[in-house]
Design a protein around this ligand. Structure first.
Ligand SMILES: N[C@@H](CCC(=O)N[C@@H](CS)C(=O)NCC(=O)O)C(=O)O
Length: 218
């Protein structure tokens, strides 16, 4: 497996967690970001992923993008340990949690969004930071509410073993830390984050400690 990755990026951490949890060997291919995409002269990476984002997974000639699609593909190919509950309701619940982050939270703080706000609206750094912190804090409040009110009790977002919900939550908390979001208001989220930190696959998937760091575009 090849993982197209960027050392500073958040979304590929999700895929690295899945690969490491399931002991799937992989090679990281570094991808650089530019501040504005050139639609008239697309790069070879744009040919791989029409969105030009990371992560992309190449399983031999099969190329797939969007971390949730990648994670579920890997979960089906390598079922142990499972990252979705066996029952339909459990699956739907875990996907709801993961999608809160994947669809509604992380995109608002993405590199291209931040770049656009600065470049096109002249947003000063401090205001841009306010934007990012605001949406990160909102999303953590919503996640905290969701797990306190609606999840099955347990050590993780859903029960006693990590699921795709935790695969999404963990890098999101790292992102919030990086942007200086105060985290005291989210005790349930932070309890789960600390449980994840104790699992080598989560810990080692973080950008600083990821395998093949030297290849990852420093
Ligand atoms: N929904 C996508 C999000 C991917 C994404 O946002 N990737 C970011 C890095 S964390 C990216 O490539 N950003 C480059 C850019 O914004 O131009 C997924 O889950 O794979």
């Amino acid at each position: 497996m090849k993982l197209y990755d960027n050392i500073h990026a958040n979304a590929p951490i999700r895929v690295r967690i899945v690969l490491l949890l399931k002991n799937i060997p992989f090679e990281r291919i570094p991808v650089g970001f530019s501040s504005e995409r050139n639609r008239t002269n697309p790069t070879s990476y744009d040919a791989l992923n029409p969105q030009g984002m990371v992560p992309v997974l190449a399983d031999e000639n099969f190329v797939i993008w969007q971390s949730l699609a990648i994670a579920e593909y890997l979960d089906e190919l390598f079922p142990t340990p499972p990252l979705l509950p066996a029952d339909s309701r459990g699956k739907a619940h875990v996907r709801s949690l993961a999608l809160m982050i994947a669809c509604d939270a992380q995109p608002l703080a993405n590199f291209r969004v931040r770049e656009f706000l600065i470049r096109e609206f002249g947003l000063p750094d401090a205001e841009m930071l306010r934007w990012v912190r605001h949406w990160l804090a909102e999303s953590l409040t919503d996640y905290e509410t969701a797990i306190v009110r609606h999840s099955t009790p347990g050590r993780f977002s859903y029960g006693n073993s990590p699921t795709l919900a935790d695969v999404y939550l963990f890098p999101h908390v790292l992102h919030a830390k990086r942007f200086g979001v105060p985290l005291d208001a989210y005790p349930a989220v932070m309890r789960i984050f600390n449980e994840c930190m104790a699992i080598p696959a989560f810990y080692n998937a973080r950008s600083e400690d990821a395998p093949n760091n030297a290849r990852a575009g420093k």
